[in-house]
Design a protein around this ligand. Structure first.
Ligand SMILES: [Zn+2]
Length: 253
């Protein structure tokens, strides 16, 4: 959602400015050391990204970040996403996945968000806290980097659980504070700058930690915390531009 704020601030200039920047980055990082699994492009490294300008992060072709590339391979290798006929709900749809899911013939794709106009065209309005979709509707639900923005995260998780078909699965990633063991949440912190300092971004209302999986379990899910980066060598972790130790929260019902 940070990127959506950024897009809002630039208005109609954003797509043009972004295209020019990506073109420049593709030239700057031309090479064949790293490989983006999402768009199959190679570079000498991925471009820096984020407030800390972390290295080897953003693909200059498809704009995937570490987490997108990891999940892309996870979907391919560990799930039935590309194999079975599936009805998929995608909350706050990441463009890189949106483009993939739209193309997959086996996927009946439903992208939605409360700020749907800021997402790829075809994303419908969806307030996950207040909707009229029937229970047990979706085989797969992808809801990445959403709960840290929502005060009523418990309700959001419960609603997503209700929407999932029995036997279904979902991926629900959030930023995890590896310096702690429990989620830091304090509703009295409302100042945006204070939130940024404590929770990571101005719009965040908490900073989850390793107890995040228990919160998903409390909502009803069976949760597998899968350190999928461990399945790759250190060389491949670098080649794909992963964040080593970035666990996948694979939730089933
Ligand atoms: Zn890419």
């Amino acid at each position: 959602m940070l990127s959506t704020k950024f897009k809002e601030s630039l208005g109609p200039l954003f797509p043009v400015a972004n295209k020019i920047k990506l073109f420049y980055l593709r030239l700057k990082y031309k090479g064949d050391i790293v490989l983006c699994p999402c768009c199959k492009s190679t570079f000498k490294e991925f471009a820096p990204f984020g407030g800390d300008r972390r290295r080897n992060s953003r693909c200059p072709k498809c704009e995937s970040l570490e987490r997108h590339r990891l999940l892309w391979l996870y979907f391919e290798n560990k799930t039935n996403l590309y194999k079975a006929p599936l009805k998929v709900l995608h909350v706050a749809p990441e463009t890189v996945f949106f483009n993939l899911f739209k193309k997959q013939k086996n996927i009946d794709y439903h992208p939605g968000d409360i700020y749907n106009n800021l997402y790829p065209k075809g994303t419908v309005y969806l307030d996950i806290l207040n909707h009229n979709l029937p229970d047990n509707s979706f085989d797969v639900i992808i809801c990445n980097h959403v709960f840290q923005y929502i005060e009523e995260d418990k309700k959001a998780m419960q609603n997503i659980y209700k929407l999932m078909k029995p036997g279904g699965w979902g991926i629900m990633q959030v930023p995890i504070n590896t310096q702690s063991t429990i989620t830091h949440e304090d509703s009295s912190i409302t100042d945006p700058l204070e939130r940024e300092k404590i929770f990571g971004l101005k719009e965040h209302v908490r900073y989850y930690s390793y107890d995040y999986a228990d919160k998903l379990r409390d909502a009803g899910f069976t949760v597998k915390v899968d350190d999928y980066t461990a399945a790759f060598s250190a060389e491949d972790n670098y080649k794909y531009g992963f964040w080593e130790g970035d666990a996948v929260y694979y939730c089933t019902k």
